[in-house]
Design a protein around this ligand. Structure first.
Ligand SMILES: [Zn+2]
Length: 345
């Protein structure tokens, strides 16, 4: 750093405190510091203002030697500055606009060029962070309209970004996990146009977006990327389920969410029955009567029921682990089915 600029690494909470202290003045604070903000690494913030409910961040990058794109020699000579306006992420629940004072360097060969900046794609009005956020929200939010409001932009912009993700995802390689979920997705402005979101059923993260819900689209997609898929969870009609099964052309479990939960209990029950078959008739009959202790959540069992549960679990390591896995599923994981399948199929 030159010119006696202070170099700080402020935390977000520190900045928030500072903003609150100075909120009454139009200008919130004035500083030259290195920010530690997602997407704005190493950016120099020269001023922060609050304008009509939005934060305006005035930023620039530190002066560093650049390689001339024309003759490859090194230059630090500044030619001029331009101010570029960039819509950025929400910051402390406010929309943030960046005013980026973009430096241009000049080389002795006569070439003039813009400095390198990691936080903005060249010639783009929106920052990378903003683009990422809008793409994720576009997939996860129920409507495009709500994304547009959240991000302070138009619905058509959100849809354009969404289509771009869909297109990119379709062309880049994807390997699907063992358990996937397929959901229909419909934006409220794209009348009648459904898309399919392919998600990881365990983490609920969207993996891919298909441009429509035609059977040949999903068939082609699964044939290309679905080698690992063993279970598909979806609430769709029977002919669509048949199409998915047909596309994978081997035994897979297709289940909607409701039956899927039942399947888990059914699988546990199957383990219980196979295990108790080997037991003494007393324990067998007793467990049959008491089997509900295996299906209730442990927290809801009373002392006696808990004692029964632990007794049966101690009689069979297999039953014990099957029951533990059910608890795991209850916590929101779907790994259970994959493991249980090995017990039961
Ligand atoms: Zn040059």
């Amino acid at each position: 750093m030159k010119n006696g600029e202070k170099k700080h690494s402020f935390t977000n909470s520190f900045i928030l405190k500072m903003l609150n202290n100075k909120r009454k003045k139009g200008e919130l604070c004035y500083m030259k510091s290195i920010m530690n903000m997602p997407g704005l690494k190493d950016v120099l913030i020269t001023k922060i203002e609050e304008i009509e409910g939005k934060y305006a961040l005035y930023i620039e990058l530190p002066k560093v030697p650049h390689t001339c794109p024309s003759c490859r020699s090194i230059t630090s000579k500044v030619h001029d500055y331009r101010i570029q306006r960039i819509s950025h992420l929400k910051w402390f629940e406010r929309l943030t606009v960046l005013y980026y004072k973009r430096r241009r360097y000049s080389c002795s060969c006569g070439k003039r060029f813009s400095e390198k900046s990691s936080f903005i794609d060249r010639y783009q009005r929106f920052s990378k962070e903003w683009n990422q956020a809008i793409q994720i929200l576009g997939v996860k939010s129920p409507t495009f309209k709500s994304v547009a409001e959240k991000m302070g932009t138009s619905i058509s912009t959100v849809i354009r970004r969404f289509d771009k993700v869909a297109e990119k995802q379709l062309t880049s390689g994807v390997t699907l996990p063992k358990i996937i979920a397929i959901d229909e997705y419909k934006g409220d402005t794209n009348a009648g146009k459904f898309q399919l979101v392919i998600a990881n059923a365990e983490t609920h993260e969207p993996i891919d977006i298909l441009p429509n819900r035609r059977k040949d689209t999903i068939k082609q997609y699964l044939q290309e990327y679905g080698d690992q898929v063993e279970i598909v969870v979806m609430d769709m009609n029977q002919s669509f389920k048949a199409a998915v099964k047909d596309a994978l052309n081997r035994p897979v479990i297709i289940a909607d969410r409701f039956h899927y939960c039942r399947y888990i209990y059914w699988a546990l029950d199957k383990v219980r029955r196979s295990v108790q078959g080997e037991w003494h008739v007393y324990d067998r009959k007793r467990l049959k009567r008491m089997r509900y202790v295996f299906y209730k959540r442990e927290a809801q069992l009373n002392e006696k029921q808990l004692w029964e549960l632990n007794r049966y679990r101690s009689l069979s390591p297999l039953l014990k682990s099957a029951h533990e896995l059910k608890g795991f599923y209850n916590k929101g994981s779907i790994i259970y089915v994959g493991v249980l399948k090995q017990f039961t199929l």
